[in-house]
Design a protein around this ligand. Structure first.
Ligand SMILES: NC(=O)c1ccc[n+]([C@@H]2O[C@H](COP(=O)([O-])OP(=O)(O)OC[C@H]3O[C@@H](n4cnc5c(N)ncnc54)[C@H](O)[C@@H]3O)[C@@H](O)[C@H]2O)c1
Length: 246
């Protein structure tokens, strides 16, 4: 059966990378999972590859009508919306002094506004159910800043703050809202880095290596589970000790 038997889980940006791994982990625990992504083709391919417990519902998280449709269709097909994982995210790195306005807007729109819109749509259903779990994927970049990531770090710091506000407002209806701040994880996002940069990064990580997508999935499943029912408004860094919050 599994810990999430028959739970309905939506994961944004889950056609690949960390989101896909989170989806696979929920399916392994018995959940019915909605694979959602702006890339409709990859979304359908991933859902097919993950098997019968996965449903593909494409949505661009920056478009309110698309995320509303995502939540509506999930409710119609699966009967409830028990878990939302706001995972869709992008980088457009540049030094702050040269950062283009359009790259500021794009990253803030997808990472922060997308999390707001998808959460607002899902919370509409969760408030009526008087239960639900929202897990936001932030980043250690949003906790300690990172040169070259003014847009990305600001968006993820915004996600951390939004997590706290939603946690306070939704707690009376038994809805938990938490965030995971991944450190450097081996994915397409970090494959782009040069060998030299990767070596420098590894030197700064107490465990001496980047994390695996499974490390993030494990933490997300914990926060979405009943074992974490007394935890809300928190951001847990899963980063091999790279950052240690006070
Ligand atoms: N990889 C890392 O080291 C790392 C570190 C910290 C945080 N993160 C965060 O983890 C999350 C997943 O990252 P990843 O490494 O798997 O990235 P990825 O690029 O492999 O996957 C991101 C997915 O989001 C989708 N997406 C992009 N824009 C979208 C939109 N507007 N609407 C819906 N979907 C959209 C993409 O199509 C893609 O499938 C992101 O929020 C990222 O910021 C990653």
């Amino acid at each position: 059966m599994g810990e999430f038997a028959d739970k309905a889980v939506i994961i944004t940006g889950s056609a690949r990378g960390i989101g896909r791994e989170i989806a696979a982990a929920f399916i392994q625990e018995g959940a019915r999972v909605v694979i959602s992504d702006v890339d409709a083709g990859a979304c359908a391919e991933t859902a097919a590859a993950l098997g019968g417990q996965a449903e593909a519902i494409p949505a661009n998280v920056t478009v309110k009508s698309e995320v509303e449709n995502l939540v509506k269709q999930t409710k119609e097909k699966l009967g409830s919306v028990d878990v939302l994982v706001n995972n869709a995210g992008v980088t457009r790195d540049a030094l702050f002094i040269r950062l283009k306005e359009e790259d500021w807007d794009l990253v803030l729109n997808i990472n922060l506004k997308g999390t707001f819109l998808a959460s607002q749509a899902a919370a509409g259903v969760m408030l009526k159910q008087r239960s639900g779990k929202i897990v936001n994927i932030a980043s250690v970049s949003g906790l300690f800043g990172n040169a070259g990531q003014a847009n990305y770090a600001s968006s993820k710091a915004g996600v951390v703050a939004l997590t706290k506000v939603m946690a306070r407002e939704l707690a009376p209806r038994n809805i938990n809202v938490n965030a995971i701040a991944p450190g450097f994880i081996v994915t397409a996002m970090t494959d782009k880095l040069s060998a030299e940069i990767k070596e420098n990064i590894n030197k700064q990580i107490p465990f001496g290596r980047m994390g695996e997508v499974k490390d993030i999935a494990d933490a997300v499943l914990f926060l979405a589970s009943e074992r974490a029912s007394y935890i809300t408004g928190q951001t847990i860094a899963v980063c091999g000790g790279l950052t240690m919050q006070s």
